[in-house]
Write a protein that binds this ligand. Structure first.
Ligand code: MN
Length: 444
């Protein structure tokens, strides 16, 4: 139990802070000194070298193994840096929120423009383009929620025009248990084969014809709870280490045939892509917003409610999907933005509510668990965060500026998700991106 509430905003968020890493000081940078996300990597060309943990700063990475070895640090930093110097981000995550805050404070000082540690650390940075990123953690369990109400309503309307939202939606944060082994950061995804049935026809096994993306966020659990002991709303955010982008690739034709009565299975488990940098929950503090429901909606049940959540529970984060088809790439046309939405507007449930609900039956979360938010679409057409919505279930394909038609994803399409936060008086921070290209299905 904390005696005093920690301030949400502290010296690490100060908008005046600048870094001695010059590229971190540009206005549109995802990784200014106010961000400091952690990730795991190998230096390019050293495929057999041990994995390192690093901090993204500008277009560079501070290698925390070199930084631990070559730079003097204050006494309290060494126990924090020790697991990181060994490439073990999960061991650091398991140290809990006081450790996360202390490391952030120490790194912020060391990377600041006038830092005495700067001269020691200059030899500990490498360009991000020279790093091969790895998974931040081994995902123990992956749960995908359905907190995007506009997505739920639009998809529901395709199947049930008279009752788009089921009666439970505004009371229960809906979710399902996903597949952890196929969550990855690879930049290629193989079109799945699977069983489908068009109306009136015999079931058929073959390549998915309705491949889709879903723009989501992934919450990385950094502290678990004991089996049987639920996490209250007051404790829920202490469990969240950080956030990244998540693409919940979806085979709509497989899904449509297999999902009843037990929900998604092989239509989702062939691939889930996450971004390699984990932006800490603390870095998002300047972008918090009140969590509000439309007038007339039911109040959350008490176990999903709290004063702090109402005042600060939502995060103002802009989210985008970009597409580059094979032909666009060949003709050297840049990627095209397909949608732009916002986490706070899209989500009916906050991160704290997802954690509190997940553990409300006593289910234990563990370090490295990943919670997907669900597809984060807004109410407008240009805020549709899946092709299922943008094309109304494939019935209304889009015309791209180069004359191509976009229904569902084609082989060679590259899908990129981006996210960033802006607020008056705060320095913009970003999540980086997650990008992957669709490869043809294997012969079957
Ligand atoms: Mn999903």
């Amino acid at each position: 139990m904390r005696l005093l509430p920690e301030p949400l905003i502290d010296a690490t968020h100060a908008p005046k802070l600048r870094s001695w890493v010059e590229s971190a000081n540009t206005a549109d940078c995802d990784f200014p000194i106010q961000n400091l996300p952690l990730g795991r990597f190998r230096p390019a060309g050293e495929e057999h070298a041990a994995v390192r943990v690093g901090v993204a700063i500008g277009d560079q990475i501070l290698d925390l193994k070199l930084a631990t070895d070559l730079c003097p640090w204050s006494e309290e930093m060494y126990p924090l840096l020790q697991p990181l110097a060994q490439g073990d981000l999960m061991a650091f995550m398991a140290l809990g929120r006081p450790a996360w805050r202390a490391l952030r404070a120490g790194l912020s000082q060391a990377l600041a423009f006038d830092s005495e540690q700067g001269p020691f650390l200059e030899s500990c940075v490498l360009p991000q383009k020279n790093a091969l990123m790895q998974m931040p953690a081994r995902v123990g369990d992956y749960t995908d929620f359905y907190s995007g109400i506009h997505h739920a309503r639009r998809v529901g309307a395709l199947m049930r025009p008279d009752e788009p939202l089921l009666p439970n939606y505004k009371f229960v944060p809906i979710g399902y248990h996903g597949r952890a082994s196929s969550v990855g950061i690879e930049d290629l995804v193989i079109r799945p084969n699977g069983q489908t049935r068009s109306s009136g026809e015999q079931p058929h096994f073959g390549a998915c014809k309705r491949l889709d993306y879903e723009l989501e966020l992934g919450l990385w659990v950094g502290a678990g709870n004991t089996l049987g002991l639920p996490v209250s709303m007051a404790q829920a955010e202490d469990k969240i280490f950080g956030v990244g982008l998540l693409n919940d690739w979806s085979a709509r034709d497989i899904q449509g045939w297999e999902y009843q009565p037990l929900g998604p299975f092989l239509a989702k488990s062939f691939a889930t892509s996450v971004s390699p940098w984990v932006v800490s929950w603390q870095a998002l503090a300047p972008f918090r917003k009140p969590y509000e429901r439309p007038v007339g909606d039911p109040e959350p049940l008490p176990y999903l409610d709290g004063d702090f959540n109402r005042s600060f529970g939502a995060i103002n984060m802009t989210l985008e999907v970009w597409l580059q088809t094979a032909r666009m790439r060949k003709e050297r046309q840049p990627a095209l933005r397909l949608s732009q939405s916002n986490w706070a507007e899209a989500a009916y449930w906050t991160a704290a509510q997802l954690v509190a609900h997940h553990t409300s039956n006593g289910c234990n979360l563990q370090v490295g668990d990943l919670l997907g938010t669900g597809t984060l679409s807004g109410p407008l057409f240009e805020q549709c965060a899946s092709l299922l919505e943008l094309t109304q279930g494939g019935k209304s394909p889009l015309s791209l500026p180069n004359g191509e038609t976009l229904g569902f994803l084609q082989d060679g399409d590259t899908v990129t998700l981006r996210g960033y936060c802006t607020a008056p008086g705060a320095v913009r921070i970003g999540l980086g991106q997650v990008t992957a290209t669709v490869l043809p299905a294997l012969a079957c």
